[in-house]
Design a protein around this ligand. Structure first.
Ligand code: HEM
Length: 396
């Protein structure tokens, strides 16, 4: 079949397309671009993520079998992977995130307060891109007024993802710019070292050991870039689906307002129902998998958005049920590369729901143009929301 995931389609179309495909077959082969297998069921997605010796991370975008880059730790296979991963695990531990929570909450409140009295906003431009970028800059101890610069780089890189040929040039340039920015940061930390007790992220990273040797400058820069790419657009895209659902679903919106205790569970359900990453792996050795002859070098889409909605694991999987109990979704992948920022992402998403609904309990979508998504990391491209701001103004 032909699965062109780069074509913008109406919001939620790709999820529906995965549902249709999964009903027909657990594995498909798409001839789009250089071609790739597609694993569609929860069982196969889990197996692929958990078997790195066959499904290598040497290429992680379905249509890019020969990437010009090696993201660390994303594209490093075990056992080397664990030396890099250990460094990040310390920095993104649940305790690290818990300590940051008041700062994250304040950033969220400030972002919302900046537009709440307007009665409407470009949700992505004013909130979903700004909030995670500010959190990211704060965590890394970088100037928050660099927010716009970071937002633009991330946008360019993700627009280029999955494309091939000329499209890829802008993406590579943005990656070079990010690299140059972090090179300056590294030079600064080297000439102005900061005491460890400041908990400065870059100081921790610059002093980290990979196994028993110091981390090289190239590795430092690479990991910084990966964090930026992994931690910003993902949260933005997830926010776009959460708020699109709530803006168009009166019952669930009222539920969140009435019973905010449901929010942590609701976040898991949003992550499941709208898993945004169509992951990929490269076959490391000729193998027969799920009855299919896969050759060394073949690309495999590990379709998390499909696996997270598999009827074999969930009742009514295509429906959002905020109080759903069992939830083993693939939003953060699985296996050794499982998202290191999962605690941080969950915290950001929950705080966004809490603080938004305290201030803007009732809102609706106002745009009909731009309510589209495309992969391999889906997200709604434009979302404009409006609300009656009289009650908020009366409270001031
Ligand atoms: C809703 C938000 C997020 C989603 C849906 C998400 C999803 C994912 C997925 C699917 C992977 C696995 C990729 C692969 O193996 O090919 C991953 C890995 C990763 N994520 Fe996230 N992510 C999110 C937020 C974050 C945040 C906030 C950070 C940190 C700032 C982050 C940092 C990373 C890193 C460093 C990796 C690579 C881990 C490794 O290779 O060991 N992510 N993420």
């Amino acid at each position: 079949m032909h699965f062109d995931y780069t074509t913008p389609k109406p919001a939620l179309s790709y999820f529906a397309e995965f549902d249709r495909l999964r009903a027909e077959t657990p594995v498909a082969y798409s001839d789009f671009g250089p071609g790739f297998w597609m694993l569609l069921t929860a069982d196969l997605v889990r197996q692929a993520y958990q078997t790195p010796e066959i499904f290598s991370s040497s290429a992680t975008i379905p249509t890019v079998p020969h990437p010009d880059w090696t993201w660390i730790p994303t594209m490093v296979d075990p056992p080397a992977h664990s030396d890099f991963r250990r460094v990040l695990n310390i920095a993104f531990s649940p305790r690290f995130v818990r300590d940051l929570e008041p700062t994250i909450r304040q950033d969220c409140i400030d972002t919302i307060e900046a537009f709440v009295a307007d009665g409407e906003c470009d949700f992505l431009g004013k909130f979903a891109k700004v909030f995670p970028t500010q959190v990211f800059l704060r965590i890394l101890g970088l100037p928050v007024d660099h927010t716009d610069r970071f937002m633009s780089w991330v946008e360019t890189v993700f627009e280029g993802l999955g494309h091939f040929g000329d499209f890829a040039e802008d993406q590579l340039q943005a990656q070079r710019d990010i690299h140059a920015y972090f090179a300056d940061v590294l030079a600064d930390r080297r000439s102005n070292p900061r005491p460890d007790e400041d908990g400065d992220f870059f100081t921790i990273l610059a002093n980290a050991k990979v196994g028993d040797r110091p981390m090289s400058d190239d590795e430092f820069l690479n990991m910084s870039e990966v964090l930026l790419l992994a931690g910003l657009d993902t949260v933005k895209s997830q926010l776009s689906y959460m708020f699109f659902h709530l803006a168009t679903n009166d019952v669930d919106r009222a539920w969140i307002v009435r019973e905010p205790e449901i929010i942590p569970n609701a976040v898991e359900e949003f992550l499941r129902a709208h898993t945004i990453v169509m992951g990929a792996r490269q076959v490391a050795q000729d193998t027969e998998f799920a009855g299919c002859p896969m050759k060394k070098g073949d690309m495999v889409m590990v379709a998390g958005p499909s696996g997270s909605r598999d009827e074999a694991e969930y009742d009514n999987p295509t429906q959002v049920q905020l109080d759903r109990k069992v939830n083993r979704h693939f939003s953060f992948a699985a296996g050794p590369h499982r998202c290191v920022g999962a605690h941080l992402a969950r915290t950001e998403l929950a705080i966004a729901l809490e603080e938004w609904h305290k201030r803007i309990p009732d809102y609706h979508v106002t745009n009909t143009e731009g309510l589209v998504e495309s992969g391999p990391q889906v997200g709604i491209e434009q979302l404009h929301l409006a609300w009656d701001c009289t009650p908020q103004e009366a409270l001031r």
